[in-house]
Design a protein around this ligand. Sequence first.
Ligand code: ADP
Ligand code: MG
Length: 262
Amino acid sequence: MDAMIQVRDLRKTYQMGEIDVPALRGVSFQIRRGEFVAIMGPSGSGKSTLMNLLGCLDTPSGGQYLLDGLPVEQLDRNLLAAVRNRKIGFVFQQFNLLPRQSALENVALPLVYLGGVSAEERRLRAQAVLEQVGLGERTHHRPKELSGGQQQRVAIARALITQPALLLADEPTGNLDSTSSAEILTLFEQLNGQGITVVLVTHDPDVAAHAARVLTVRDGLIAGDASAQRQPVNGVVPAVDTVRLRQRPSVVRRSAPKRRSI
Ligand code: ADP
Ligand code: MG
């Protein structure tokens, strides 16, 4: 199996002074390269904890995590940072953009951290990913001069600039109106169609419906793992990816929303 993510008995307990808070109590699953998976569950069930572990932003208290075949818990800090920078793009609910920097500067930032990329190449690559997310005309705008949906697209462009194989998004549409949410989800579908593995946390079933598979987290454990309904073609049930590719419209670049939320 071509696994992007393999976790086994993954655990995380936070220490709050004298008190242990068991946020993840042993989860095991695999995600194949090219999958689009939604993670659902009630508030406090451990979704963000799981995403932070999958994104190598935090270390587990126990269990194993193979990221693209690499045993994450055995990597030293430097190697872990390198793996995170090269393989993973992260998108957050709050966008986390630097307010005084332009869209272009925000997007180019991961290349500054990566090092070895000239200023001119950083600018060209940032311009290219901003065009990819439909913001080629907005490169010099600061975050506050953009709508919420546009800010999230800047954040997605920032996640894409290192050409990650895995895109992790924690409630990416949580702060967006329904029109902007739909645009962001279309963008995730397009990126998934290009081969990027997408894992998205949401508590909105309409958002989760865009994914081919839904993992449900409850009380720090996996409570469900459901694949989308697959229709047999000539008596054969094709792989999920085949169905999704067939159903996906050819690349649609939507015009920027006119509405400004800020
Ligand atoms: P979700 O994203 O599903 O809402 P979280 O992963 O944020 O859930 O939280 C899971 C549990 O872990 C909750 O009980 C939460 O209070 C606790 N928790 C999360 N982060 C921390 C932290 N940094 N320190 C202590 N407890 C935490
Ligand atoms: Mg959360």
